[in-house]
Design a protein around this ligand. Structure first.
Ligand SMILES: C[S@@+](CC[C@H](N)C(=O)[O-])C[C@H]1O[C@@H](n2cnc3c(N)ncnc32)[C@H](O)[C@@H]1O
Length: 212
């Protein structure tokens, strides 16, 4: 194995530890606000939900407790997270039975067409290297009329989010993009979604659209 490969894998490991801790310990208040302001009014008990870029999986767990007769799937491009999540689910007898984590990327989602009622991308979209391809793939797995929620920092948002995101990028193996509210709307429209609303939740912009 070359020195370059070793260095990259160490970087990847440190990053995964860092993001794991970050999303495990600093995201809960933001997740609680998303649940209260965005998801509680929108979810039915039998709904099927996918979170793309689930990280430490905390938001998925909360969603699974809401759709008690439905299904929640968290996918992430990082093998490290998915292995950790699967291990912690196996050890946790109280883990929701309707929750699963799988390796996958926004660009390649391991589910059939028209499967989900909702797709959630929380603090994930800005890392995608091929956002157009990812949104098209999400459109494929959503049912017609299915709802997509992109929650992310944005150009016009508070400086503590955008500056924080730029510092965070220093540790990230992924390039991070900060888009404007207009750019989020255009991304969704180009991918065949109707934009229903945009609203700020704890400094992140939530852009919600439905599949035509
Ligand atoms: C900051 S974490 C967000 C975690 C979680 N969604 C949350 O709200 O706590 C961003 C996640 O996006 C994942 N990610 C980056 N690019 C991705 C892609 N193209 N497809 C799927 N996941 C991706 C990363 O591996 C990371 O786990």
């Amino acid at each position: 194995m070359s020195g370059k490969t070793n260095k990259k894998s160490l970087h990847q490991k440190l990053t995964e530890e860092f993001i794991w801790l970050d999303s495990k310990y600093s995201h809960p208040p933001y997740h609680s606000r998303l649940i209260k302001e965005v998801f509680s009014p929108a979810l039915g008990k039998e709904d099927k939900i996918i979170e793309v870029g689930c990280g430490a999986g905390g938001l998925c767990r909360k969603l699974a407790q809401m759709v008690t007769e439905g299904e929640v799937v968290g996918i992430d491009i990082s093998e490290g997270y998915i292995e950790k999540l699967k291990r912690s689910m196996e050890r946790d007898e109280a883990a929701p039975k309707n929750l699963a984590f799988r390796l996958g990327s926004a660009e390649n989602i391991p589910y059939p067409d028209n499967y989900f009622d909702h797709a959630v991308c929380s603090a994930s979209f800005s890392f995608w290297s091929e956002p157009e391809k990812g949104l098209k793939e999400i459109g494929r797995v959503l049912k017609p009329g299915g709802k997509l929620y992109i929650a992310d920092g944005y150009k016009e948002g508070p400086a503590w989010v955008t500056v924080g995101a730029r510092i965070f990028t220093l540790f990230s193996p992924y390039k991070m993009n900060i888009y404007s509210s207009q750019e989020f709307r255009e991304f969704l429209q180009r991918a065949g979604f109707t934009v229903v609303y945009q609203k700020e939740v704890m400094g992140a912009l939530v852009t919600m659209g439905t599949k035509k």
